[in-house]
Design a protein around this ligand. Structure first.
Ligand code: BV8
Length: 247
């Protein structure tokens, strides 16, 4: 697709950029999204059946089957050209804050150094009793519901479930960087989950330009400056390639 020359100019002179990403960023790595396809997670299950503390309390084995499946899929997946392009942007622009709703770790594997994991990380094992993140030696993975070797409590994945608070440091960084950035790229998110879905309006209200990269319309398409309709793995590398050398 032909990218707007204004966006290329804005990105070329940006001193600070925020990227908000969602499951669509990892779709080309083969990882299922949540809401936008026939094989999406929430097409098969209801969020409240799997991604809530109540679900974990009532059927931790079902929840863990889902997270073990997702851990395996994420480990087998590879960063795609969109992840690599974001790592290149981080190298080229003075200040880049990548806020992701994804929990798959693919941005870090693509070489991105500073990732704000707004919804946590799939690979963290957390004691459900005291909330401590556990080292592998402290986790008994032999049962479908892993146990904390220190206290025997059930172990949970270190992700943020519906009804749980976003980690305070992630909230603080994401909102403060969004309110001061020159621009924001919103990549591969349906923008349906709060409070992540308010970051684009925070940036826009503070005077930043906002560009959305998505294969389909979303809840925020009507309120961003640039709508780039296409796959992240195609558009992001193209955008990076158009930046002048030396930035
Ligand atoms: C909180 C767990 C308060 C981790 C997830 C009623 C109205 C409004 C809000 C609420 C409400 N009731 C409750 C709420 C709040 C709730 C919420 O927003 N609910 C929604 C569903 C209505 N939010 C919360 O509960 C949050 N916490 O508010 O706390 C609080 C404060 C203090 C104290 C206590 C509590 C917590 C939200 C986190 C929930 N956890 N997942 C995991 O297992 O992964 S959310 C889940 O959705 C994932 O994390 C995912 O990242 C996130 C967002 O989805 P997307 O990433 O956007 O994925 P989706 O499939 O939807 O879209 C994919 C997009 O990609 C599509 O647009 C598609 O077109 C596009 N695409 C596809 N392929 C490509 C592509 N784009 C580009 N290229 C491609 N190739």
């Amino acid at each position: 697709m032909t990218l707007p020359t204004e966006l290329v100019s804005q990105l070329s002179v940006a001193k600070s950029l925020v990227v908000l990403s969602g499951a669509g960023l990892s779709a080309e790595s083969g990882l299922a999204t949540f809401r936008d396809a026939a094989d999406a997670h929430w097409a098969k299950w209801r969020p409240e059946d799997l991604a809530t503390p109540e679900a974990f309390a009532s059927h931790p084995d079902v929840v863990w089957r889902w997270y073990r499946e997702r851990r395996q899929a994420a480990l087998a997946a590879k960063p795609n050209p969109a992840h690599m392009a974001l790592a290149e942007l981080e190298r080229r622009i003075d200040k880049v804050t990548i806020v992701t709703q994804n929990v798959d770790g693919l941005l870090q594997r693509a070489g991105v150094n500073d990732v704000v994991e707004f919804h946590g990380n799939l690979f963290i094992d957390r004691c459900s009793a005291d909330g401590a993140d556990l080292a592998p030696d402290d986790v008994d993975m032999t049962q479908i519901v892993p146990r904390c070797r220190r206290c025997g409590a059930a172990v949970r994945p270190g992700v943020v479930w519906f009804g749980e608070a976003i980690p305070a440091n992630c909230i603080e960084r994401a909102f403060s960087e969004s309110s001061t950035a020159d621009g924001m790229l919103v990549v591969g998110t349906s923008a349906l989950v709060a409070p992540a879905n308010s970051l684009a309006s925070v940036a826009r209200d503070a005077g930043a330009w906002v560009a959305e990269i998505n294969v389909a319309d979303t809840a925020i398409s009507g309120s961003v400056e640039h709508v780039l309709r296409g796959r992240a793995g195609d558009i992001l590398p193209q955008l990076v390639a158009l930046l002048p050398q030396g930035i």
